[in-house]
Design a protein around this ligand. Sequence first.
Ligand code: PMP
Length: 429
Amino acid sequence: MIYKRSSELFSQAEKVIPGGVNSPVRAFKAVGGTPIFVKEAKGAYLYDEDGNQLIDYINSWGPMLLGHAFEPVVKAVVDKAKKGTSFGMPTEIETEIAELAVSMVPNIDKIRFVNSGTEACMSAIRLARGYTGKDKIIKFAGCYHGHSDSFLIQAGSGAVTFGTPNSPGVTEGTAKDTLLARYNDIKNVEQLIEANKGDIACVILEPVAGNMGCIPPKDGFLQALRNLCDVHNILLIFDEVMTGFRLAKGGAQELFNIAADIVCFGKVIGGGLPVGAFAARNEIMNHLAPLGPVYQAGTLSGNPLAMAAGLAMLTAINEDEELFLRLEEKTTYLYKGIDKVLTDADIKHTINQVGSMVSVHFSSEKVKDFDTAALGNNDRFKNFFHGLLNEGIYIAPSAFETWFITDALTYKDLDDTIAAVKKVAKSLD
Ligand code: PMP
């Protein structure tokens, strides 16, 4: 495939945008080469500026669960835009989407909309601190909760891909309030709580990690966290920015039947527009301004275009009883196909899957936390990535990312992908 126009556009972009991209994960720094510039997308496919068609396994890093340019979302946004794009005043549609979200997700009474997953998680921990009157938080190495200061401590995703899991610019004062635990290691969390008795406001985690590749919670891990939090009066925050409305209508809370105290959303909830949200029971949410003292605000929060897109998206998800089953079947089909091809080619690998999240690590070790995720053979990943790209398959340009499966994928797309992996596998050693 030829990426001449993309290369030219990237050179131009580099002059006026740091690294040529507005979010580091889009750069090909970890795998080499230049990013692909997208012209348009429809369903499961991207069309780039050179005229290539690519099968998309990133899907805007999650939001496009139902495929690109999903008609009901496009129509809702276009219709809304004609009536004004922002008011900074309440609109009825905000209540409509809030009611729908509250009806779909367990254990929440109220939801507040923001503009990104970062804002949702940042606001959630402020609320947890305000509610409990305690300062420290526990996060897990390799989990990513956006780029606000408290979370850039052993963060996953782009932060680890580019070798800066602890970002300069985060003060020591902030960093000391973020305690780090090992994912899937409940003993480690117990020790941290013991050593910081009475100081911990919340434990925040991705209930299925997606920012060190896909890592499922071990059996009993989430329940054990729930119990520990109950005993020590700590709030349990599920960052469902990736998993929300993706793993089930009610996200990971529903899938694993575990109640979180605060839930964060992003990605799917905005149908591809910039939306995040955080939600909880009344007793917690009523601590937020203007009802309570915990301040949080946003000029564009609840923006009508964003709410229209989100409402169309959630409505489509809510009305489709077969969606999550279909997504899981497609993902399992892909996973088994890739697993067989790599096994036949004698390539060491581990594939983790939960619902429509899946990722390939080039290591035979079970991948259960950040340390085991980091054991993957990165050179092999690079070759895998570029091999697939050459075959018209677009996966994330980093081994520390999950693949996001969309319902727009057909079984022919999946077969084509497996065939591409077979071809690429030959050249991996
Ligand atoms: N939490 C999780 C679990 C995420 O995956 C991400 C983004 N990948 C975020 C938070 C931050 O969301 P945003 O990029 O919309 O700020």
